[in-house]
Ligand binder design. Structure first.
Ligand SMILES: Nc1nc2c(c(=O)[nH]1)N[C@H]1C(S)=C(S)[C@@H](COP(=O)(O)OP(=O)(O)OC[C@H]3O[C@@H](n4cnc5c(=O)[nH]c(N)nc54)[C@H](O)[C@@H]3O)O[C@H]1N2
Ligand SMILES: Nc1nc2c(c(=O)[nH]1)N[C@H]1C(S)=C(S)[C@@H](COP(=O)(O)OP(=O)(O)OC[C@H]3O[C@@H](n4cnc5c(=O)[nH]c(N)nc54)[C@H](O)[C@@H]3O)O[C@H]1N2
Ligand SMILES: [Mo]
Length: 768
């Protein structure tokens, strides 16, 4: 069963025994025991809790075990019996903890008490909750609201998120960046322009009706593995899957279902991709334009010969704008350029186009491989162009499918977490709560850091996240973060961002939604929106790790009350005691989405958010679905000329991490063991750089802005990756990513395409 050309890629199907073994290992290491299995049995079930890992849809009729390897790891990580207690902080100074690996900080266990940084001892010291709220309130009141940033990482529930945005706006700012700003913001911008809604339009039902699926730059086996069930079912019906990815990712190649006894006992497994195109990083616009070119050429011929048309004439005529300009652009594009930029042959692209022309209903799944580029928004628009050609939107089995990241990142936007005033229901909030919300644009993540470096940001409130690790330009950000007046971290586990303290720094430990949330009115439930825009209820099933931790709504209500006192028409205590009161307010703000919220959230499979684009209603500038003529074929404007020693670095996730949370140092699927400081290179690039496998090198960003960006100590590994492209892990390589190297319209850092060169070659001393 070995892969023919598996230069270091996992030779077996994803899922299967390897998956079971990984789950058992982490449950044992976190000493979770029998409690773990009982909790996992209720993961993603209508009567249980919604997984804290990815945002993939939760079916109405779940499997017996509706979780995957990644989800089980995330659950075990929260359920761990290890604790980071005040005693732990008595034993370790912050200086010492700063030398720990990310993995070890979180592996120390769940935080158990509120903590405040003490400058004299250089330690975090336990404080009283109310004292913490009062001091934070006093400090916030002493600052200009627009010098404070309220970041949200994407895990917090709809109830928490709604409270958070309202608090920030009553306090006086729209500085509400969230992890989308580093993730699917290119989708929010691109889809909104093209189809009038900033989210995907498919639901789980569509998998039963589709004829063909594409995957562009999304690593399903690691990042949304439950989706493999839908893919496997579709494959059994003979539905082809065409993948564009520079790396041959095992989850996109084959899958063995760990829940199917036959598949586990015999080597039977499902082939996932029927065509696999190893596009160059940044080559997707070119590849998609090539597919469109082939479709339009076939259509031109059909029209000439009086045969049935290849494109969906009626859809294009009745529903779209800009077809002629786009079609001309595709006709005029040269195959030589398309082949050069995409790294694919005309034959390979035409083979994808042939399948596309045979299918009546097509879905396009995509992820960070499209969005985290300088031309990330254009990539998303190209996905739409391709779909529009054959009317693949607003009909069963078809549509764009941006596979979202954090479990409620899409929902946070739905309930108002956004720095863009035009996307928030400001008028509604104004009348509902009788106040005047700020109307000026707030800071997104990149802008927040630019402002912090200039000294204009004085405080950061972190509702989850680990920005010092996850954001670009770490070596510029860390010193800026240190000079903050106030830093408030609501978190489940300790991470590096908490250790880069400002003058006043708090760590406020919160419940995970796996845990029972007991408030004055009884046990509370929360809700979230999945990647297919369905809203689900979730209630905790495990005992909290400590009596002295609080829920996110409790913490926010406490801080809001201490800051805003009685100046606004919100009874924060009532919200804290009973989250259905918050849901009623959400329903008042957004009645068309959230009417009868507290009841409907228990609908098996969730209740769908109405999306006009699903009904072929286009809330765009022209009132139509809009084609876009690509500005460029996809060459990154920051990439130096060809022929230099520049390489294009993509930063990757392993199968054993959730963003900055590192479960272990292995990447089972990519054959990497015990070391994340590796760089994956084509063997011909290794030879051309006079290197050998196993050599230790450094990488330096090519930027010409006077800033030194370097990461040393990376071990060279030969890998099946297109020439000129290299890969290394996120967050280790974030110091290489310049803040300004981001998508033009969405400001998503271009983490998949960083221009670098090799330094510290063996024989030379690595720079300190
Ligand atoms: N277990 C686990 N699950 C997760 C996460 C996690 O860290 N761990 N993170 C969550 C979050 S926040 C997010 S946003 C999602 C991320 O999930 P994905 O969207 O899958 O993101 P990445 O893992 O960064 O990798 C994207 C894929 O794009 C490919 N790629 C890189 N550059 C290009 C390119 O130019 N073109 C194409 N076509 N492909 C390219 C890479 O080889 C890789 O397979 O997953 C979520 N789920
Ligand atoms: N180079 C590079 N950089 C990237 C990316 C990339 O692909 N390459 N990906 C980007 C993407 S897609 C994203 S989404 C960002 C993610 O960036 P962040 O949002 O900053 O990071 P996370 O690692 O998801 O946050 C982890 C922390 O959240 C806290 N936490 C966990 N659960 C909870 C909870 O229930 N409540 C609260 N309050 N806290 C909790 C824990 O303390 C944990 O340490 O990184 C981005 N950065
Ligand atoms: Mo993300």
């Amino acid at each position: 069963m070995k892969e023919k050309d598996a230069t270091r890629s996992y030779p077996y199907a994803s899922g299967g025994w390897g998956s079971l073994k990984a789950v058992t290992t982490i449950l044992a290491r976190e000493h979770v025991g029998a409690k773990g299995s009982a909790v996992l049995a209720r993961q993603n079930k209508p009567d249980g809790f919604m997984c804290v890992s990815c945002s993939w849809a939760k079916p109405a009729d779940p499997h017996v075990f509706e979780f995957c390897e990644s989800g089980a790891k995330a659950t075990a990580w929260d359920l761990t019996s290890k604790r980071t207690t005040p005693e732990f902080f008595r034993l370790h100074t912050v200086k010492e903890l700063l030398s720990w690996h990310d993995h070890d900080l979180e592996e120390a266990g769940r935080l158990t008490a509120p903590l405040r940084y003490d400058h004299i001892t250089d330690k975090y010291v336990e404080v009283d909750w109310q004292q913490a709220f009062d001091e934070i309130g006093r400090e916030l009141n002493g600052l200009a609201p627009n010098s404070v940033v309220f970041y949200a990482s994407g895990r917090a529930s709809l109830e928490t998120s709604y409270m958070y945005q309202l608090f920030a706006r009553m306090y006086g700012t729209n500085n509400l960046p969230d992890s989308s700003n580093m993730c699917h913001e290119s989708t929010s911008v691109g889809l909104k322009e093209a189809i009038g809604v900033g989210v995907g339009t498919i639901t789980l039902d569509d998998f039963e009706k589709t004829d063909l699926m594409f995957f562009f730059g999304q690593n399903v086996g690691t990042n949304s593995p439950r989706m493999l069930h839908q893919l496997q079912d579709a494959r059994k019906r003979g539905v082809p899957i065409i993948t564009f990815n520079p790396l041959r990712e095992p989850g996109l190649i084959r899958f063995a279902n760990p829940q199917s006894p036959t598949q586990m006992l015999t080597p039977a497994n499902t082939q996932i991709s029927t065509q696999y195109h190893q596009v160059k990083t940044g080559g997707d616009t070119a590849a998609i334009l090539g597919i469109c070119k082939a479709v339009i050429a076939a259509d031109d011929l059909a029209a000439e010969q009086g045969r049935p048309r290849t494109i969906d004439i009626a859809f294009i005529r009745d529903h779209t704008a800009g077809y002629d300009a786009f079609a001309n652009c595709a006709r005029e594009a040269s195959w030589t350029d398309i082949e050069k930029v995409s790294g694919l042959t005309r034959g390979a692209i035409e083979a994808a186009a042939d399948e596309y022309m045979k299918a009546d209903a097509v879905m396009i799944h995509y992820g960070m491989g499209l969005t985290q580029h300088r031309l990330g928004v254009q990539n998303v628009r190209m996905v739409c162009n391709l779909l529009f050609l054959r009317g693949n939107i607003g009909k069963p089995g078809a549509g764009p499918s941006p596979v979202r990241g954090h479990s409620n990142v899409q929902g946070q936007r739905t309930v108002g977490i956004t720095e863009k005033p035009e996307l928030a229901p400001l008028d509604k909030l104004a009348s509902q709560f009788s106040f005047e919300p700020p109307r000026t644009k707030g800071l997104n993540t990149v802008e927040a850091f630019e402002a912090m470096i200039k000294g204009e940001v004085k405080a950061v409130f972190n509702l989850g996240g680990n920005l010092v690790r996850s954001a670009p330009d770490r070596n510029r950000i860390e010193p800026a973060w240190r000079s903050l007046r106030l830093n408030v971290n609501v978190a489940t586990k300790l991470n590096r961002s908490h250790l880069i303290h400002g003058e006043i720094s708090y760590i406020l430990p919160c419940l995970s939604r796996i845990e029972i949330d007991r408030q004055a009115s009884g046990d509370q439930a929360v809700s979230m929106e999945d990647s297919t825009a369905c809203v689900h209820g979730s209630h905790g099933v495990a005992e909290p790790p400590s009596e002295n931790i609080r829920s996110e709504p409790f913490i926010l209500a406490g801080i809001a009350k201490a800051t805003l006192e009685d100046r606004f028409a919100v009874d924060w205590n009532a919200w804290r005691d009973d989250y259905s009161v918050v849901r009623d307010e959400i329903a008042k703000t957004y009645p068309e989405i959230f009417h009868d919220f507290s009841r409907r959230m228990w609908t098996p499979g969730g209740f769908p958010k109405p999306l006009p684009a699903r009904e072929r209603q286009w809330q765009t500038k022209s009132g139509r679905a809009e084609f876009l003529v690509p500005k460029e074929l996809g060459e990154d404007p920051d990439m130096p000329e060809r022929g230099t020693d520049a390489l294009r670095l993509m930063t990757l996730r392993s199968d054993s991490q959730f963003n900055t949370t590192i479960y272990s140092l292995d990447d089972r699927f990519r054959g990497v063991k015990g070391n994340r400081m590796v760089v994956l290179m084509n063997k011909d690039d290794i030879a051309a750089s006079s290197l050998s496998e196993g050599d230790m090198i450094g990488l330096e960003t090519i930027a010409n802005d006077g800033v030194d960006r370097r990461v040393s100590g990376l071990t060279v590994m030969a890998y099946d990756i297109p020439r000129g492209c290299i890969a290394a892990y996120y967050p280790e390589c974030n110091p290489l990513l310049p803040l300004w190297h981001c998508a033009e319209e969405s400001k998503v850092p271009a983490a998949k395409s960083i221009p670098v060169k090799i330094v510290d070659k063996p024989g030379k001393q690595p720079a300190v």
